[in-house]
Each structure stands twice: as C-alpha cells, then as structure tokens.
Design a protein around this ligand. Structure first.
Ligand code: TTP
Ligand code: MG
Length: 360
C-alpha cells in the first residue's frame, strides 16, 4: 500500500515580541519598536531580541548588539524583555494551533509544524485550512502570523519565511526545487554561519548551487552532514512532525557590564542564570537532559560546550554543577569574558515524564 504524500504546514508569528508589545500599548504602533537589552544611550551591552518591521527598515535585527541598534535607530521605542507575558501568549497560540493538526510539533516560542495529511486531501484544501488558522489566531490573539505549506518540514519552514509579515506561501512537491534554487544556503535548516562560510569557499552560495554540486565531494568536506545537505538542497526531508510536548530549548545569557577575568564573579552569575533557567523549566513543567554553556571572550570569539546527563532532570543543583563543570576550561587568566549563557534542551513535559515513570 502506497502512503499518501504528506502535506506539512509551518506557522511562524510575525515579529513576535514586538507585536505583543504593540498590542498591549496602542501608542507605540506605527513606530520602530525594539525589544531587548537596555540601550543606555548607546552604551548598553546586551543584544536585540527582536525588532518590528518599522525598525528593520533601519537595519536592526535579532541578536545584534543593542549599541549597534541605537546607532542605526536612536528614535526607536526600546523595551525590556517581558518573557512571562510572551510565554503566556505563546501557550495560547500553541493551544489554538494544536487543534488544526493530527500531528503537531512546537518548534520555538512562536512557531510550530502541523502535519495536516489526515486533515485535508490536497493543496487547495490546505490553503483554505491555513487561511482559517490565520483568521483564528488573529481573532483570538490580535496577532498575525505567516504560514508555509509544503511536502515536508524543510520546505514548509522556508516557505513560511518567504513572504512576511502576514504571508501565506504554498510550495507543492514538484515546485520545491525551483522554489529553493535561488535562495541562499543559509535558509536550509542546520546551515549556520560557519557552514555557510565553508560552502562559500567551494563557490556555493545558493541552494541551487549546492544541489548541482557533486554529493561525494560534499561528503569529503562535511562527512555525514554533507549527504544530508545534498538531499536538503533538492528539497528532500524525511523527518517526521514529532508529537513532542513543549519547546526544544530555553536559554538565558548575560553580557557583562565590563569584560572580566574575575572568575569567582563569573561563577556567581552562572549560578544565577542556572537558577532563572531552572525556574523557567519548572514553570513550564519541563525536564531536560542536555546542558549547554556559551562563553564569549572580549574579542567576540564564542565557544559552546554541552553535556548530556544520564537521566532527565529539572534539579537545580545538578544544573548548577553541570554548568560550572562545562565553563571551567574557558577560564584562562589572560582572557577576559564578555558574555556567558546557559541553555537546557532535550525536553520532556511533566505529563510524559509521569507516563514514563508509570511504565518504569
Ligand atoms: P523569530 O520568529 O525568529 O523572529 P520574529 O518573530 O521576531 O520575527 P519574524 O517576523 O521574522 O518571524 O523569533 C521569535 C521570537 O524569539 C522573537 O520575537 C524574539 C525571540 N528571539 C530572540 O530573543 N533572540 C533571537 O536571536 C531570535 C532570532 C529571536
Ligand atoms: Mg517569528
């Protein structure tokens, strides 16, 4: 029996944090709005979480130093991150979306994959389905989102990003390669800045160039990842929409007011981050197995180091101990630290955890 071809939707909220702030405060609507660290008249040291589309016209982007944002757009409305509010809105949206798919996977705070193969019979019906979802979210939350429809997660995700904000992009299986060809390789899942640079050395900048490249020579350079990339470049992705509860990871980071080599102080801050993070996890009923520490030195050189624990946990002492252990190798007397961060991932919800311990 041949299985029916899948139809996958990816839904991603538009400029999520700033859209919520605009909803809460009508006075800032229409102005450039930036959520993130305190800019302190250009002397602030953290980063931009997100910027609305008015601020993006000035070149402001997520993860950019807030001081740079200030240079580009000093007249913007700058707001601190109100994570609690955004998490509550996120939960509301996820609960709306969940009803529209047989198989559902939350991917980040403002995005999710929906496998609607069992809910619709073709792409035209999927389009109607997507319009219904967009309307429902707008009616219930006052926020807009962008939707991508495709034959798999990879294509759906790239499609949702294609026409933002308030977009709807449909890419049928037979159109996938043509759609992907002109796009930069960076759009492919898992192609980060480093991989992008290494591909550029091979003369590969677009997904089409990657698709035309000899797969075996990609394997030579990137080993297993090389064959994966070659398939993705042809729009092939067999990964399932996984019925996972909750988000994939949550993290906290701090940019120090002054670069520092006072490692006792760094450890204290690290413990604080662990505490906040553990509260986030417990608040969401989440358990984790993987802990990652990020260190950025004064010259912006950035390292990450992870450890996967033998058992799933949400224990504070265990998190603190692991984070301390992971950061230790980066303490070098001659190197000052600019930023540290902690991330926990490999989540499982309390509900599933209970099920597991019942079995065990
Ligand atoms: P994104 O969906 O990547 O961005 P966005 O929703 O702000 O904008 P777009 O319309 O392009 O989708 O991320 C969702 C939220 O996650 C974003 O509003 C803020 C937060 N975020 C950060 O805090 N830091 C980051 O580096 C990124 C990328 C996002
Ligand atoms: Mg978004």
């Amino acid at each position: 029996m041949s299985e029916r071809k899948r139809i996958i939707l990816h839904v991603d909220m538009d400029h999520f944090f700033t859209a919520i702030e605009e909803r809460e405060n009508s006075e800032i609507r229409g102005k450039p709005v930036i959520v993130g660290a305190d800019p302190k008249d250009g002397k602030g040291r953290g980063v931009v979480s997100t910027a609305n589309y008015e601020a993006r016209k000035f070149g402001v982007r997520s993860a950019m130093p807030i001081s740079r944002a200030w240079k580009l757009c000093p007249e913007a409305v700058y707001l601190p991150v109100n994570y609690k509010l955004y998490a509550a809105v996120s939960e509301r949206i996820i609960n709306i979306l969940r009803k529209y798919a047989d198989k559902f996977e939350q991917w980040g705070i403002d995005e999710a994959f929906l496998d609607v193969t069992a809910n619709v019979s073709n792409y035209d019906e999927a389009e109607t389905w997507a319009r219904k979802i967009k309307k429902d979210i707008l009616n219930q939350t006052g926020l807009t989102c962008s939707v991508g429809i495709g034959p798999n997660k990879l294509v759906a995700k790239i499609a949702s990003d294609f026409q933002k904000p308030d977009g709807l992009t449909i890419v049928r299986e037979e159109q996938a390669e043509e759609f992907l060809n002109p796009l930069p390789v960076r759009k492919l899942l898992w192609v980060g800045r480093k991989t992008e640079e290494r591909l550029a050395v091979l003369g590969i900048r677009t997904i089409g160039e990657l698709a035309r490249h000899e797969p075996s020579s990609l394997v030579d350079v990137f080993s297993g990842m090389g064959s994966q990339m070659a398939l993705m470049a042809h729009g092939i992705d067999r990964s399932e929409v996984e019925q996972r509860e909750g988000i994939k990871s949550t993290s906290r980071d701090v940019t120090f007011q002054q670069d520092t080599s006072d490692f006792d102080f760094v450890l204290k801050v690290l413990d604080d981050l662990s505490e906040h993070l553990q509260k986030d996890a417990v608040g969401h009923g989440l358990f984790f197995r993987t802990v990652t520490v990020r260190v950025r030195y004064e010259n912006f050189e950035t390292h990450t180091h992870s450890k996967t624990l033998p058992l799933i946990t949400n224990n504070l002492l265990e998190l603190k101990r692991t984070a301390r252990e992971l950061i230790q190798p980066y303490f070098k007397p001659d190197r000052k630290i600019r930023l540290i961060g902690v991330r926990v991932s490999n989540f499982m919800s309390t509900e599933k955890q209970k099920t597991l311990s019942n079995v065990g």
